[in-house]
Ligand binder design. Structure first.
Ligand SMILES: [Zn+2]
Length: 68
């Protein structure tokens, strides 16, 4: 089962979604997204905890997932 993180759950208004097979993979992808889209070059511990809390399994019935 893969995991995903919806950036909008942490950053209001962002439509970005990152995914990975493990929590670490999702965090790496989230860090890359944060740098590219939000100009965040470092993720502090508080933000990292928010990101981890927002990671959840990909839902099979999610249209955004089926589109990939
Ligand atoms: Zn974002």
């Amino acid at each position: 089962m893969s995991l995903e993180l919806r950036c909008g759950d942490v950053v209001t208004g962002c439509a970005g979604v990152v995914s990975g097979a493990t929590q670490d993979e999702v965090l790496v992808a989230a860090a890359a997204h944060a740098a590219d889209v939000h100009g965040l070059t470092a993720i502090d511990d508080a933000t990292k905890r928010q990101l981890i809390a927002a990671i959840h399994p990909v839902r099979a019935d999610d249209p955004a997932v089926q589109a990939r």
